[in-house]
Ligand binder design. Structure first.
Ligand code: PXP
Length: 236
């Protein structure tokens, strides 16, 4: 299975001070050197983490693939057609949400999504729709021309270790199976952690997992000890 690393929260940290540190491109290169198969960023309407220039820089420097997560707006479509990332993942977006809360509602607007996706695909971009593991959404996604879906693993992640875990896992399994039957390729992501990710290996259709927050959170603790030691050495 492939791993796409979402580095939005490196940008969150950078933006806290308004400078260039920690450098987003450097972070992307570290992820690639560590084996990441792609780098994901979400260009939000409010630009709260990744900025337009980050997307351009990443596209010109990455050796793997740039996966641009974005909402279905004219503004984002224009940027995608200008930058031409290898992948676009279409996500719903609400200004007030902390992170992407639910999957895209494709079922209620198949024609709109189809029209939105077409110029992207014509430009050579591989398009994915971020949807809940729901039969109707998978069936709708298959009518849009998008080559991939990304199954929203948020409910599975939240249910992990509870009575609902099995049900949420089965929903992902069934959705992946249906997607495959309908000719869609399948990725998954959101809320996956070092503790709950192992069950994804039991969904054979999954091609790539997109994981962000838990990797960046772990990286802080993996590096904190050395960071303090290095500073201490400098002032002794
Ligand atoms: N996939 C999509 C479509 C997302 O919106 C996000 C969050 O930006 C992720 C994957 C990664 O989620 P997490 O940061 O919880 O690993």
């Amino acid at each position: 299975m492939l791993l796409g690393v979402n580095i939005d929260h490196i940008a969150t940290l950078r933006n806290a001070r308004g400078g260039l540190d920690p450098n987003l491109v450097q972070a992307a290169l570290i992820c690639e050197n560590a084996g990441a198969d792609g780098i994901t960023v979400h260009l939000r309407e409010d630009r709260r983490h990744t900025k337009d220039n980050d997307v351009r820089e990443l596209k010109s420097i990455l050796k793997t693939r740039l996966n641009l997560e974005m909402a279905l707006t004219d503004e984002m479509q224009k940027i995608a057609l200008e930058v031409v990332p290898e992948n676009v993942c279409l996500v719903p977006e609400k200004r007030e949400e902390v992170t992407t809360e639910g999957g895209l509602d494709v079922a209620s607007r198949v024609e709109f999504v189809k029209d939105f996706v077409k110029p992207l695909i014509d430009a050579g971009i591989v398009v994915s729709l971020f949807i809940d593991p729901d039969k109707h959404q998978v069936e709708a996604a298959a009518k849009t021309g998008a080559q991939f879906i990304e199954l929203h693993t948020g409910r599975y992640s939240e249910a992990f270790g509870t009575q609902e875990e099995e049900m949420e896992f089965q929903s992902l399994k069934n959705a992946a199976l249906l997607a495959e039957k309908l000719g869609l390729k399948v990725n998954a992501g959101h809320g996956l952690t070092y503790s709950n990710v192992h069950r994804m290996r039991d969904i054979p259709q999954l091609i790539e997992l997109n994981i962000g927050h838990n990797i960046i959170a772990r990286a802080v603790f993996d590096g904190l000890e050395n960071a303090v030691k290095d500073m201490k050495n400098l002032i002794q």
